[in-house]
Design a protein around this ligand. Structure first.
Ligand SMILES: Nc1nc2c(ncn2[C@@H]2O[C@H](COP(=O)(O)OP(=O)(O)O)[C@@H](O)[C@H]2O)c(=O)[nH]1
Ligand SMILES: [Mg+2]
Length: 263
């Protein structure tokens, strides 16, 4: 698949809200600092104009962010629920948002869950994967930051994580947003989840014209909000990507090191 067009289509704070269109969806999840924003930017080839923006500003609502890719599918960026240092009622709210969204019959066709290849899956990771399994939602597991480990260690880690989570090796994609390794594999796998693009001259999916206008969609300044989850100190210096240029519809901040605070 060639990524030709990407647009931010809006955010949802309510799992029952209408979607910004009827294209198939694929949900991306992972704990804070796993490399989700970097992966989305590489996947969608946003280098100058950073698309998925990174966590950090305190007191922000957790949102599901919808990006329309090639008029073919929505990539839905999920908040890193269960992974952030926030009071339990707040975390429970994020969890409910994500779980209710994932469980919608008209919700995602599949999910992509990210794990840092260097770290063992956490309780939150297992909970997420179990939930996806319970929904029988086809799931890919991306092992991020593979550039950070040696070849030998990498092979060992892939085996260990695959085994620990009882994954099919076919589900596992090794990825580096630094080198771009795994990008094509992941794009191909995502396309497998959402199906082929609409046929040339065929019927356009309905909902095409409703982008960003659905009731319940939140689109403050056309930019997705912060995830608000605390960057966990895993030895990665938070990036300072700076501000997106003026006039860009997709604003993207660099990661701020602020710890998350309860809204
Ligand atoms: N070496 C390396 N660093 C990465 C990679 N992906 C993300 N990072 C770094 O990990 C940190 C967290 O990445 P970010 O994309 O903001 O994670 P998020 O919180 O999951 O959205 C940043 O400092 C990134 O530069 C990768 O593939 N390789
Ligand atoms: Mg992020």
């Amino acid at each position: 698949m060639k990524v030709q067009k990407v647009e931010f289509s809006g955010s949802m704070a309510d799992a029952a809200a209408p979607f910004p269109g009827s294209l198939p969806q694929v949900a991306f999840s992972g704990r804070s600092n796993v490399g989700k924003s970097s992966l989305i930017n590489v996947l969608l080839q946003r280098t100058r104009k950073k698309l998925a923006h990174v966590s950090g500003r305190p007191g922000k609502t957790q949102l599901l962010n919808f990006y329309r890719v090639n008029d073919q599918f929505f990539l839905v960026d999920l908040p890193g629920f269960g992974f952030a240092r926030a009071p339990k009622p707040v975390r429970d709210g994020w969890k409910k948002l994500v779980e209710d969204y994932l469980a919608r019959p008209d919700g995602p066709r599949g999910a992509v869950h990210l794990l840092d290849i260097r770290h063992d899956p956490t309780e939150g990771d297992r909970e997420m994967l179990d939930y996806l399994t319970g929904l029988a939602l086809p799931t890919l597991v991306v092992l991020t930051k593979v550039d950070k480990v040696t070849k030998t260690h990498r092979v060992r880690r892939v085996k260990a994580i695959t085994k620990a989570l009882g994954l099919d090796p076919e589900q596992v994609v090794e990825f580096s947003s630094l080198t771009g390794e795994g990008r094509e594999d992941l794009l191909g796998a995502v396309e497998g989840l959402v199906g082929p693009p609409p046929a040339e001259g065929g019927e356009m999916p309905e909902g095409e014209a409703t982008e960003g206008e659905g009731a319940g969609l939140e689109d403050e300044d056309g930019a997705p909000e912060d995830e608000g989850d605390a960057p966990e100190d895993r030895g990665d210096a938070p990036e300072d990507g700076g501000k997106a240029p003026e006039g860009e519809s997709l604003e993207l901040d660099g990661e701020s090191p602020d710890p998350a605070v309860a809204p």
